[in-house]
Write a protein that binds this ligand. Structure first.
Ligand SMILES: Nc1ncnc2c1ncn2[C@@H]1O[C@H](COP(=O)(O)OP(=O)(O)O)[C@@H](O)[C@H]1O
Ligand SMILES: [Mg+2]
Length: 280
Protein backbone atom coordinates (compact mmCIF):
# COMPACT_ATOMS: atom_id res chain seq x y z
CA UNK A 1 0.00 0.00 0.00
CA UNK A 2 1.33 3.46 -0.83
CA UNK A 3 2.11 5.92 1.94
CA UNK A 4 -0.63 8.34 2.97
CA UNK A 5 1.75 11.18 2.18
CA UNK A 6 5.05 10.91 0.34
CA UNK A 7 7.14 14.00 -0.28
CA UNK A 8 10.55 13.92 -1.93
CA UNK A 9 13.02 16.61 -2.86
CA UNK A 10 10.32 19.17 -2.25
CA UNK A 11 11.31 22.80 -2.80
CA UNK A 12 9.20 25.94 -2.86
CA UNK A 13 10.31 29.43 -3.69
CA UNK A 14 8.09 32.47 -3.23
CA UNK A 15 10.02 35.10 -5.15
CA UNK A 16 13.24 35.55 -3.20
CA UNK A 17 12.03 33.45 -0.25
CA UNK A 18 13.00 29.78 -0.20
CA UNK A 19 10.22 28.34 1.95
CA UNK A 20 11.19 24.67 1.38
CA UNK A 21 14.65 23.49 0.37
CA UNK A 22 14.55 19.82 -0.52
CA UNK A 23 12.27 18.12 1.98
CA UNK A 24 11.75 14.34 2.14
CA UNK A 25 8.94 13.14 4.38
CA UNK A 26 6.55 10.19 4.56
CA UNK A 27 3.44 9.56 6.56
CA UNK A 28 2.59 5.86 6.50
CA UNK A 29 -0.92 4.46 6.69
CA UNK A 30 -2.26 4.88 10.22
CA UNK A 31 0.76 6.88 11.34
CA UNK A 32 0.56 10.09 13.36
CA UNK A 33 3.43 12.41 12.49
CA UNK A 34 4.14 15.71 14.24
CA UNK A 35 5.70 18.48 12.19
CA UNK A 36 7.52 20.96 14.42
CA UNK A 37 9.47 24.11 13.69
CA UNK A 38 9.63 27.84 14.38
CA UNK A 39 7.55 30.40 12.50
CA UNK A 40 8.58 30.61 8.88
CA UNK A 41 10.12 27.12 8.85
CA UNK A 42 7.85 26.08 5.99
CA UNK A 43 5.32 23.87 7.83
CA UNK A 44 2.20 25.47 6.37
CA UNK A 45 3.74 25.58 2.91
CA UNK A 46 4.37 21.84 3.03
CA UNK A 47 0.78 21.14 4.10
CA UNK A 48 -0.61 23.48 1.43
CA UNK A 49 1.41 21.66 -1.22
CA UNK A 50 -0.02 18.34 0.01
CA UNK A 51 -3.52 19.84 -0.36
CA UNK A 52 -2.80 21.13 -3.83
CA UNK A 53 -3.25 24.76 -2.75
CA UNK A 54 0.37 25.65 -3.47
CA UNK A 55 2.46 24.31 -6.34
CA UNK A 56 5.99 23.08 -5.55
CA UNK A 57 8.87 24.69 -7.45
CA UNK A 58 10.59 21.30 -7.70
CA UNK A 59 10.10 17.86 -6.17
CA UNK A 60 7.17 15.54 -5.73
CA UNK A 61 4.26 15.22 -3.34
CA UNK A 62 1.82 12.31 -3.45
CA UNK A 63 -1.25 11.56 -1.36
CA UNK A 64 -2.16 7.85 -1.23
CA UNK A 65 -0.22 7.33 -4.45
CA UNK A 66 -1.87 10.19 -6.36
CA UNK A 67 -0.18 13.45 -7.34
CA UNK A 68 -0.94 16.19 -4.80
CA UNK A 69 -3.63 18.48 -6.14
CA UNK A 70 -5.22 15.79 -8.33
CA UNK A 71 -8.86 14.90 -7.78
CA UNK A 72 -7.94 11.49 -6.27
CA UNK A 73 -5.45 13.10 -3.91
CA UNK A 74 -7.93 15.73 -2.78
CA UNK A 75 -10.63 13.11 -2.25
CA UNK A 76 -8.31 11.16 0.07
CA UNK A 77 -7.51 14.00 2.46
CA UNK A 78 -9.09 16.26 5.04
CA UNK A 79 -7.59 19.64 5.90
CA UNK A 80 -7.90 22.21 8.63
CA UNK A 81 -6.07 25.43 7.77
CA UNK A 82 -4.10 27.36 10.38
CA UNK A 83 -6.21 30.53 10.01
CA UNK A 84 -9.64 29.19 9.06
CA UNK A 85 -12.83 31.18 9.42
CA UNK A 86 -16.33 29.74 9.09
CA UNK A 87 -19.42 31.88 8.39
CA UNK A 88 -20.76 33.08 11.76
CA UNK A 89 -24.41 32.44 10.95
CA UNK A 90 -24.14 28.70 10.23
CA UNK A 91 -24.88 26.17 12.93
CA UNK A 92 -22.42 23.35 13.61
CA UNK A 93 -24.73 20.92 11.86
CA UNK A 94 -25.28 23.21 8.84
CA UNK A 95 -21.55 23.77 8.48
CA UNK A 96 -20.90 20.03 8.36
CA UNK A 97 -23.75 19.60 5.89
CA UNK A 98 -22.21 22.25 3.63
CA UNK A 99 -18.89 20.43 3.76
CA UNK A 100 -20.59 17.12 3.03
CA UNK A 101 -21.90 18.72 -0.15
CA UNK A 102 -18.49 20.17 -1.02
CA UNK A 103 -16.74 16.84 -0.40
CA UNK A 104 -19.46 14.76 -2.05
CA UNK A 105 -20.05 12.76 1.11
CA UNK A 106 -23.23 10.71 1.29
CA UNK A 107 -22.86 10.20 5.05
CA UNK A 108 -25.97 12.24 5.84
CA UNK A 109 -27.17 13.04 9.33
CA UNK A 110 -25.53 9.98 10.84
CA UNK A 111 -22.06 11.08 9.75
CA UNK A 112 -22.68 14.58 11.12
CA UNK A 113 -23.88 13.22 14.45
CA UNK A 114 -20.89 10.88 14.74
CA UNK A 115 -18.41 13.63 13.92
CA UNK A 116 -19.89 16.10 16.41
CA UNK A 117 -19.81 13.36 19.00
CA UNK A 118 -16.19 12.56 18.18
CA UNK A 119 -15.07 16.17 18.80
CA UNK A 120 -17.25 16.63 21.88
CA UNK A 121 -19.79 18.99 20.31
CA UNK A 122 -22.93 16.83 20.49
CA UNK A 123 -24.73 19.46 22.56
CA UNK A 124 -23.77 22.26 20.20
CA UNK A 125 -25.17 20.90 16.97
CA UNK A 126 -27.67 23.79 16.61
CA UNK A 127 -25.36 26.46 17.95
CA UNK A 128 -24.18 29.10 15.51
CA UNK A 129 -20.46 29.50 14.85
CA UNK A 130 -20.52 33.12 16.10
CA UNK A 131 -21.83 31.87 19.46
CA UNK A 132 -18.98 29.42 19.87
CA UNK A 133 -15.68 29.92 21.66
CA UNK A 134 -12.54 29.75 19.53
CA UNK A 135 -11.83 26.34 21.00
CA UNK A 136 -15.24 25.01 20.00
CA UNK A 137 -14.72 26.41 16.50
CA UNK A 138 -11.39 24.66 16.31
CA UNK A 139 -12.97 21.33 17.27
CA UNK A 140 -15.70 21.96 14.71
CA UNK A 141 -12.91 22.58 12.21
CA UNK A 142 -11.47 19.15 12.94
CA UNK A 143 -14.92 17.58 12.48
CA UNK A 144 -15.16 19.43 9.17
CA UNK A 145 -11.81 17.99 8.08
CA UNK A 146 -13.09 14.48 8.82
CA UNK A 147 -16.16 14.74 6.59
CA UNK A 148 -16.11 11.97 3.99
CA UNK A 149 -13.77 9.74 6.06
CA UNK A 150 -10.42 10.85 4.58
CA UNK A 151 -7.39 8.54 4.82
CA UNK A 152 -5.04 11.44 5.48
CA UNK A 153 -5.77 14.28 7.85
CA UNK A 154 -3.70 17.48 7.62
CA UNK A 155 -4.05 19.67 10.71
CA UNK A 156 -2.21 23.00 10.78
CA UNK A 157 -1.85 24.13 14.41
CA UNK A 158 -5.17 22.57 15.47
CA UNK A 159 -4.78 23.04 19.21
CA UNK A 160 -3.42 26.59 19.37
CA UNK A 161 -6.71 28.07 20.67
CA UNK A 162 -7.69 25.22 22.94
CA UNK A 163 -7.68 25.16 26.71
CA UNK A 164 -6.24 22.11 28.48
CA UNK A 165 -9.58 20.26 28.44
CA UNK A 166 -10.06 20.98 24.73
CA UNK A 167 -6.54 19.77 24.02
CA UNK A 168 -7.21 16.59 25.87
CA UNK A 169 -10.34 16.08 23.76
CA UNK A 170 -8.25 16.49 20.61
CA UNK A 171 -5.60 14.11 21.91
CA UNK A 172 -8.20 11.44 22.65
CA UNK A 173 -9.64 12.09 19.22
CA UNK A 174 -6.26 11.64 17.53
CA UNK A 175 -5.77 8.36 19.37
CA UNK A 176 -9.20 7.21 18.19
CA UNK A 177 -8.30 8.15 14.60
CA UNK A 178 -5.10 6.14 14.83
CA UNK A 179 -7.16 3.15 15.98
CA UNK A 180 -9.27 3.61 12.86
CA UNK A 181 -6.16 3.67 10.66
CA UNK A 182 -6.37 7.34 9.65
CA UNK A 183 -2.98 8.96 8.94
CA UNK A 184 -2.36 12.37 10.46
CA UNK A 185 0.19 15.10 9.82
CA UNK A 186 -0.05 17.51 12.72
CA UNK A 187 1.67 20.90 12.62
CA UNK A 188 2.14 22.15 16.13
CA UNK A 189 4.38 24.21 18.33
CA UNK A 190 3.04 22.46 21.45
CA UNK A 191 5.88 20.09 22.10
CA UNK A 192 4.34 18.20 25.00
CA UNK A 193 1.28 17.57 22.87
CA UNK A 194 3.36 16.08 20.09
CA UNK A 195 5.41 14.04 22.53
CA UNK A 196 2.28 12.52 24.05
CA UNK A 197 0.51 11.56 20.90
CA UNK A 198 2.78 11.31 17.85
CA UNK A 199 4.43 8.15 16.50
CA UNK A 200 7.12 10.20 14.82
CA UNK A 201 8.38 13.78 14.95
CA UNK A 202 9.92 15.78 12.12
CA UNK A 203 11.58 19.10 12.90
CA UNK A 204 11.74 21.63 10.10
CA UNK A 205 14.05 24.64 10.13
CA UNK A 206 14.38 27.18 7.32
CA UNK A 207 12.81 24.81 4.82
CA UNK A 208 14.86 21.73 5.70
CA UNK A 209 14.36 18.69 7.90
CA UNK A 210 16.92 18.94 10.69
CA UNK A 211 15.75 16.10 12.93
CA UNK A 212 13.36 13.17 12.59
CA UNK A 213 12.52 10.10 14.65
CA UNK A 214 10.21 8.62 17.24
CA UNK A 215 9.98 10.56 20.52
CA UNK A 216 11.83 7.65 22.18
CA UNK A 217 14.65 7.72 19.61
CA UNK A 218 15.05 11.47 19.99
CA UNK A 219 15.05 11.33 23.78
CA UNK A 220 18.52 9.80 23.75
CA UNK A 221 20.88 9.51 26.73
CA UNK A 222 22.61 12.82 27.42
CA UNK A 223 25.40 11.88 29.75
CA UNK A 224 25.97 12.24 33.47
CA UNK A 225 26.39 15.42 35.53
CA UNK A 226 28.12 15.32 38.90
CA UNK A 227 28.06 18.27 41.30
CA UNK A 228 31.33 18.39 43.25
CA UNK A 229 33.22 20.81 45.47
CA UNK A 230 34.98 22.05 42.33
CA UNK A 231 31.84 22.58 40.30
CA UNK A 232 29.81 20.37 37.96
CA UNK A 233 31.56 17.67 35.97
CA UNK A 234 29.90 16.64 32.76
CA UNK A 235 30.54 13.21 31.23
CA UNK A 236 28.80 13.59 27.93
CA UNK A 237 29.10 9.97 26.75
CA UNK A 238 28.43 8.28 30.07
CA UNK A 239 25.27 6.53 31.27
CA UNK A 240 23.71 5.29 34.49
CA UNK A 241 26.05 2.28 34.73
CA UNK A 242 29.09 4.54 34.92
CA UNK A 243 27.87 6.46 37.98
CA UNK A 244 29.21 4.20 40.81
CA UNK A 245 32.68 4.18 39.28
CA UNK A 246 32.76 7.98 38.85
CA UNK A 247 31.63 8.57 42.42
CA UNK A 248 34.09 6.02 43.82
CA UNK A 249 36.99 7.67 42.00
CA UNK A 250 35.99 11.15 43.17
CA UNK A 251 35.71 10.02 46.78
CA UNK A 252 39.07 8.26 46.54
CA UNK A 253 40.58 11.53 45.27
CA UNK A 254 39.24 13.26 48.37
CA UNK A 255 36.58 15.23 46.50
CA UNK A 256 33.07 15.99 47.75
CA UNK A 257 30.06 14.81 45.76
CA UNK A 258 26.82 16.74 46.24
CA UNK A 259 24.63 15.32 43.50
CA UNK A 260 24.49 13.13 40.40
CA UNK A 261 22.11 13.43 37.47
CA UNK A 262 21.67 10.89 34.67
CA UNK A 263 20.28 12.90 31.79
CA UNK A 264 18.01 12.04 28.89
CA UNK A 265 16.83 14.71 26.52
CA UNK A 266 13.22 15.80 26.41
CA UNK A 267 11.61 16.64 23.11
CA UNK A 268 11.92 20.28 24.12
CA UNK A 269 15.69 19.99 24.40
CA UNK A 270 15.87 18.13 21.09
CA UNK A 271 13.81 20.89 19.53
CA UNK A 272 15.79 23.80 20.98
CA UNK A 273 19.03 22.13 19.94
CA UNK A 274 17.74 21.43 16.44
CA UNK A 275 16.53 24.97 15.80
CA UNK A 276 19.48 26.60 17.53
CA UNK A 277 17.39 28.57 20.00
CA UNK A 278 15.24 30.33 17.40
CA UNK A 279 11.94 31.40 18.94
CA UNK A 280 8.56 30.29 17.69
N1 LIG B 1 2.18 33.22 -0.27
C1 LIG B 1 3.42 33.56 0.13
N2 LIG B 1 4.13 34.48 -0.53
C2 LIG B 1 5.38 34.81 -0.16
N3 LIG B 1 6.03 34.25 0.87
C3 LIG B 1 5.38 33.30 1.58
C4 LIG B 1 4.03 32.91 1.25
N4 LIG B 1 3.64 31.95 2.13
C5 LIG B 1 4.68 31.76 2.97
N5 LIG B 1 5.71 32.58 2.65
C6 LIG B 1 7.04 32.61 3.32
O1 LIG B 1 7.57 31.30 3.30
C7 LIG B 1 8.23 30.99 4.51
C8 LIG B 1 7.56 29.76 5.14
O2 LIG B 1 6.25 30.11 5.58
P1 LIG B 1 5.23 29.05 6.20
O3 LIG B 1 5.18 27.86 5.33
O4 LIG B 1 3.96 29.77 6.48
O5 LIG B 1 5.97 28.65 7.55
P2 LIG B 1 5.40 28.11 8.95
O6 LIG B 1 4.04 27.54 8.71
O7 LIG B 1 6.40 27.09 9.40
O8 LIG B 1 5.36 29.28 9.88
C9 LIG B 1 8.13 32.24 5.36
O9 LIG B 1 9.32 32.98 5.17
C10 LIG B 1 6.94 32.97 4.79
O10 LIG B 1 7.05 34.35 5.00
MG1 LIG C 1 2.22 27.89 9.67
Amino acid sequence: MSAALAVSGLAKRYGAVEALRGVDLQVEAGELVGLLGPNGAGKSTLVKIACGLVRPTTGRAEVCGARAGSREARAALGYLAEFFRFPGWTSADELLELHQQLAGSGGGEQERRELLDLVGLSDARSRRVEEMSKGMQQRLGIAQALVGAPRLLLLDEPTSALDPVGRRTVRTLLEELRRRGVSVLLNSHLLSEIELVCDRVVILLAGQVVTAGTPAELASPRGVEIDTDRGTEVHADAGRDDVPQFVEQLVRDGRKVYGVRVRTSTLEEVYVEAVGGETE
